[in-house]
Write a protein that binds this ligand. Sequence first.
Ligand code: NAD
Length: 283
Amino acid sequence: MGFFEGKTAIVTGGGSGIGRALAHALGDAGCRVAITDIVPERIGQVVEELKSKGFKARGYRVDHSRWDEVSKFAERFLSDWGHVDILCSNAGVGMGGRFVETSLEDWEWVLGINLWGCIYTLHAFVPHMIERRSGSILITASDAGLVSIPGMAAYQTSKYGVVGLGETLRMELYEHGIKVSLLCPGFINTNIIRNGRIYLYNSQGRSTKPEIERFYATKGVDPSVVAAAGLKALERDIGIMLVPWSHSGPQYVLKRISPQLYHALFRFLWRKGILHRFFGARP
Ligand code: NAD
């Protein structure tokens, strides 16, 4: 029997992109899958897709940025399904923009979903996993939680936060038989830009969101590749899974060897307008 066979999995933000791909991959591998999302239509569609493949699947409408909703969901889920073996904390949103052009409300929005959403989800389920002395957790962080570039302070802060959380829990929960992995994707062809808040502009002051959306749609990797890497991380207990490695692996290595050189290089690329040129954005 394979690692995933007969297991019960939750994928948060399973209505689109990487979450939807994770739900399909887990179903294909033999799991029964519960997905959550804030958008009911997305839940209905993915649950139908999963059921049409013969998988046991169920959807729950949850806003993961709210503790009252997450705690109620945990109660309902545990009464419906009994326990969780694999918890994928994936729900998230995208944000781009300089620090001075990012409002406090934007900071609260992105941290509320990407960081607090993950904290709430783990806070609700980890005690049950500890009680059962088993379980695997996959947190969809980002390569933006390992390497920074200018123009993404709020998003990167949220993702550095979940990387810190995941790394700590990976050490803390090991003695309870719980494995924790961090999935760190690069540019993936999902709805993240369309659904996100992007405050990057060209030299005429026009938003470059359409160019960034096009970049993700044409150059972004298919979410199924990320899902396959996520299942590999779960099965082989890999702590940090950069996928695809080529998108930011070299920067990650450079930053670890010489943070000084890394910062100088990216400061230069930003100042010269090279970094965001392919999006048509001014520095
Ligand atoms: P997506 O927009 O396609 O999917 C995200 C899903 O999360 C959507 O269905 C959305 O409705 C849901 N969601 C948003 N806020 C929610 C909330 N408060 N409660 C419940 N559900 C909510 O985007 P995606 O790219 O698949 O993003 C999934 C994860 O992957 C995110 O954490 C994102 O930060 C991360 N990520 C994406 C990329 C990328 O390039 N697409 C790269 C690195 C990391």
